[in-house]
Design a protein around this ligand. Structure first.
Ligand SMILES: Nc1ncnc2c1ncn2[C@@H]1O[C@H](COP(=O)(O)OP(=O)(O)OP(=O)(O)O)[C@@H](O)[C@H]1O
Ligand SMILES: [Mg+2]
Length: 302
């Protein structure tokens, strides 16, 4: 197993709540894990535990055994959660003694693995840990996972971040390859985008910013364009798409950051609600996520 292997780290972030961070992280992970021979690891970094609860529902509903529930209980009892990892990392003079195994990482399928959240992550923000002592946590944890001979070679690691700037978000942002920012076609879209783009830079300086991909989620559409075959956004969604595109290019020039507004978008579909709890991206949204991924891949390769 090569030790210089490094997976692509992708964080889904927006300080605005409810834009679809959790849904998009899961759908992206699911999309990537369907490509042949790709191994994907997904982290829930939100103390609200939405992704963890959804996985629990998905894994355990209709089964005789609570496979995830039992695994999770053991992981908490044996102090193998992400919070325990943070404690081991920040303990004075300790050498980050936290062996990685499948008691830390849950296997959803052969290709998709998961590190759940714990309520204890709330404590993290209460000044127990200072910002600089947490900075390298994610980078070192991924290093441990990558170098562990018992663990698979992950191609992608996806992080579902909370709707606020936490110490964990800071730690992820200082080492991520790509930050994905979902926005919604509503009144808050352009203001919210401008806010996150400007504050991201301020918050992680002096570290360089990762690549940033902004895209519209919950886009309302009406039929396809007959020539291109692309879904056509409604006038209202098209208006916000233009606004966010403008904000991204202005912020990129003014702040000297690379924030790309993707051409592709994810359509608003009620079926997506069942995606996390019912096993995967709904069939009619698979092309949306594949197209979005193509743009992410292009940006990553530049
Ligand atoms: N493309 C979509 N079409 C329809 N509904 C969507 C879409 N994407 C997300 N949703 C819905 O929007 C709601 C919020 O989604 P989600 O929980 O993923 O957002 P979030 O940004 O992670 O929220 P939070 O800030 O609380 O972490 C959910 O009910 C979800 O099902
Ligand atoms: Mg969420």
């Amino acid at each position: 197993m090569p030790t210089n292997w490094s997976p692509k780290l992708i964080a889904t972030i927006n300080f605005k709540g409810g834009v679809g961070k959790t849904t998009v992280t899961w759908c992206m992970a699911d999309t990537l894990a369907l490509f042949p021979n790709q191994k994907v690891l997904m982290f829930d970094l939100d103390a609200q535990m939405s992704l963890t609860q959804a996985i629990a529902l998905n894994e355990d509903s209709g089964r005789l055994e609570d496979r995830f529930g039992k695994w999770y209980e053991t992981s908490v009892q044996r102090k193998k959660t992400i919070f325990d990892a943070i404690e081991a990392f920040t303990r004075p003079r300790a050498n980050f003694d936290f062996p990685i195994g499948f008691d830390v990482i849950y296997q959803i399928s052969d290709q998709l693995h998961f590190v759940p959240s714990v309520e204890d992550l709330y404590w993290l923000e209460l000044e127990v840990f200072d910002r600089e002592s947490m900075r390298d946590f994610i980078r070192r944890l991924i290093g441990k996972i990558t170098n562990s001979p018992r663990m698979p070679r992950y191609d992608y690691v996806l992080f579902d971040c909370p709707p606020s700037f936490t110490l964990l978000s800071y730690s992820v942002l200082t080492c991520a390859d790509l930050v994905l920012i979902p926005v919604n076609p509503d009144f808050f879209a352009s203001r919210g985008t401008s806010l996150i783009l400007n504050s991201l830079k301020m918050r992680i300086e002096p570290h360089p910013l990762p690549k940033i991909g902004v895209f519209m989620n919950k886009t309302k559409t009406f039929g396809r364009d007959q020539t291109t075959g692309r879904w056509r956004p409604t006038n209202e969604s098209a208006f916000y798409i233009r606004e966010v595109g403008r904000v991204c290019s202005e912020a990129s020039k003014r702040e000297n950051i690379e924030a790309r507004f993707f051409d592709s978008f994810i359509r608003e579909r009620v079926g997506i609600k069942r995606a996390i709890t019912g096993g995967g991206v709904p069939a009619d949204l698979v092309p949306d996520f594949r197209t979005l991924w193509q743009e992410c891949r292009e940006l990553l390769s530049q």
